[in-house]
Ligand binder design. Sequence first.
Ligand code: TMP
Length: 213
Amino acid sequence: MSHTTGKFITVEGIEGVGKSTNIATIRRVLDENNIEYVVTREPGGTDLGEDIRSLLLDHKHQAMSDDCELLLMFASRAQHLAQVIMPALQCGKWVICDRFTDATYAYQGGGRGIDDKRIALLEEWVHGNQQPDLTFLLDTDVATGMARVHKRGAADRFESEATVFFERVRATYLARAKANATRTVVIDAGQALVDVELSIRQRLTVFLEHCQQ
Ligand code: TMP
């Protein structure tokens, strides 16, 4: 984001790529560098946003239209930016966010088929051209991700989508990573966990060095 204080790190990927485990690695690296941060997520991150999240994930809302889903994602994001993300960055804290607008392009754009131009309109409205400083895209094949999700228990409204939906989500994520290569690092999440952790550490260390220059 265009600020001179905290840095905004986002973590993205299809279901089952290990975002939580890898966020723990990012936290450890920031702790080792005495950097203050907040960890948050989307949809959610505020009381209001968590209520919106419940609506979005609940199977009860099978009839939710694609546009309604898109608007709820951005409604949650607007509140999150106003209440958590911007205040933290402005007081010098870093923000680690589990998903952000790349997820909207991937799921509502790639997955549901909503035109990118519509998403771009809402992106411009809600956070202008303010973007994450660093994005980790954890990438693995859909079969591996879904196998991990199914081990976790009952699937939510998104996790119940078909493989082909997640293939489109993954392809869109990878295309966005290419288009936003200066801020996005693609990590092969299919490697052994120790190697995934090492890749994240190395890339984050380079980013920290760059920030200190
Ligand atoms: P999570 O389970 O990774 O926390 O995310 C909840 C679900 O929300 C996940 O299936 C991806 C989906 N999602 C979107 O479809 N669009 C978005 O913009 C965001 C942030 C999440």
